[in-house]
Design a protein around this ligand. Structure first.
Ligand SMILES: NC(=O)C1=CN([C@@H]2O[C@H](COP(=O)(O)OP(=O)(O)OC[C@H]3O[C@@H](n4cnc5c(N)ncnc54)[C@H](O)[C@@H]3O)[C@@H](O)[C@H]2O)C=CC1
Ligand SMILES: CC(C)CC(=O)C(=O)O
Ligand SMILES: [Mg+2]
Length: 364
């Protein structure tokens, strides 16, 4: 009997379904090459489009499917001009993170070709780090508050708890231990100003004592923004609060080609959602020009996370196929200065993927 993996597919809004469909195509291409593994693909409609159709952005049936799944693959959700009647943004991806307790936003950043970075003097693999973003609290804790436009002030609470901090810091140290990197975890905080950050640092330092083989260091978030641009090669694994991580992960994406190159995995103890770090990109939606690579790299993260020898082999083959294609700087979508469409660049990755899965390992 093959091992069946129940994968929930949530395309979402804007470019979400465009890039997600292409990753599903890659899963279907790899399926016959995998021994004893079967993907059961379970598609659900979620997001702003679904809200406009049914009145629910995350229908119960979709949530239940995520809860029962082995993993979720998500495109992107939200559209800036469509909101709930109370003015709040429709963001069921944040509901999923909180309801499924996906505490660790794991966001790898890797440079594939020197032509893709605005920085001078960095070759392939020379920018290579992972940002781990706490994804259930921090400054996002206040996101349910409704703006009172008649009031004279507005306040949001930044919440840091021991349990959420311990688990995300442990995930960061475990990530550093697994990676073939500098074996260093850098806490990005603002402990020079906020007591919540003094507490976060205190918990980080406690967790660091469980990982004596890994170097632990602290950098303030403003300096971290500077160092990311000036010397990104010095970072291995960073761990930080929700909002800092949201902002710094877009900055980091900009170092390696933009949002179309930034994958992520939202990891919990019982569930995981894999999605690009980007949003629904309404400015380019519907034109078939979105860069699907962040989505494909997120798919590779999912296959690795499923932790079966054959899904691990598929993840390696997909990562290698993407690196093969990106080794030629003329093979790019418009956001990175090329002229390939979403489908065309996936075609090239699919061709290399099939070869990789058949055992051919030479790069193009
Ligand atoms: N995880 C999610 O589902 C996320 C959802 N959002 C939502 O998405 C909507 C749009 O947000 P924005 O601030 O515009 O952020 P965005 O990430 O959608 O777009 C920012 C810029 O990056 C470009 N971009 C993003 N992904 C790209 C790709 N794959 N290929 C080529 N170019 C790409 C866009 O064209 C735009 O210029 C908002 O409603 C926001 O709340 C934003 C971030 C994450
Ligand atoms: C709706 C957004 C806050 C999501 C986001 O920006 C992200 O996941 O990076
Ligand atoms: Mg973001």
């Amino acid at each position: 009997m093959p091992q069946s993996f129940h994968l929930v597919i949530l395309g979402g809004d804007g470019i979400g379904p465009e890039v997600c469909d292409q990753s599903v195509r890659l899963l279907e291409i790899m399926q016959p090459h995998l021994d004893g593994v079967e993907f059961q693909l379970d598609r659900h409609s979620v997001g702003v489009g679904e809200y406009q159709r049914s009145g629910e952005a995350l229908p119960q049936s979709a949530y239940d499917a995520c809860l029962a799944s082995d993993a979720v693959l998500l495109g992107a959700m939200g559209l800036p001009n469509v909101r709930y009647p109370n003015g709040k943004e429709i963001a069921p991806q944040l509901d999923l993170r909180e309801r499924l307790q996906l505490y660790g936003g794991v966001r790898p950043i890797r440079l594939y070709h020197e032509a893709d970075t605005p920085l001078k003097g960095h070759g392939p693999g020379e920018i290579d780090f992972v940002l781990v973003r706490e994804s259930t609290e921090g400054l996002f804790y206040g996101r349910d508050a409704i703006a009172d436009l008649e009031a004279d002030e507005a306040t949001n609470l930044l919440r840091i708890t021991r349990s959420a901090s311990e688990r995300v810091c442990r995930l960061a140290f475990e990530t550093a231990r697994r990676r073939d990197g500098k074996k260093t975890v850098t806490l990005i905080d603002k402990a020079n100003v906020l007591s919540s950050m003094v507490y976060f640092r205190h918990v980080f330092d406690e967790v660091a004592k469980e990982f004596l083989d890994i170097k632990a260091e602290h950098v303030y978030v403003d300096a971290a923004a500077l160092f990311l641009v000036r010397r990104p090669q010095d970072f291995d694994v960073m761990v930080t609060e929700n909002m800092f991580g949201d902002i710094l992960s877009d900055l980091a994406a900009g170092l390696v080609g933009g949002m179309g190159m930034a994958p992520s995995g939202d990891i919990g103890d019982d569930a995981a959602v894999f999605q690009p770090s980007h949003g629904s990109a309404p400015d380019i939606a519907g034109q078939s020009i979105a860069n699907p690579i962040a989505m494909h790299l997120s798919t590779a993260m999912m296959l690795e996370w499923l932790d079966h020898p054959e899904t691990r082999r598929a993840a390696d083959a997909l990562n290698a196929a993407i690196a093969d294609v990106l080794s030629d700087p003329t093979q790019r979508t418009a956001d990175m200065g090329g002229n390939l469409s979403t489908v065309e660049i996936t075609d090239k990755i699919a061709e290399r993927l099939s070869k990789r899965l058949q055992g051919e390992t030479t790069a193009v």
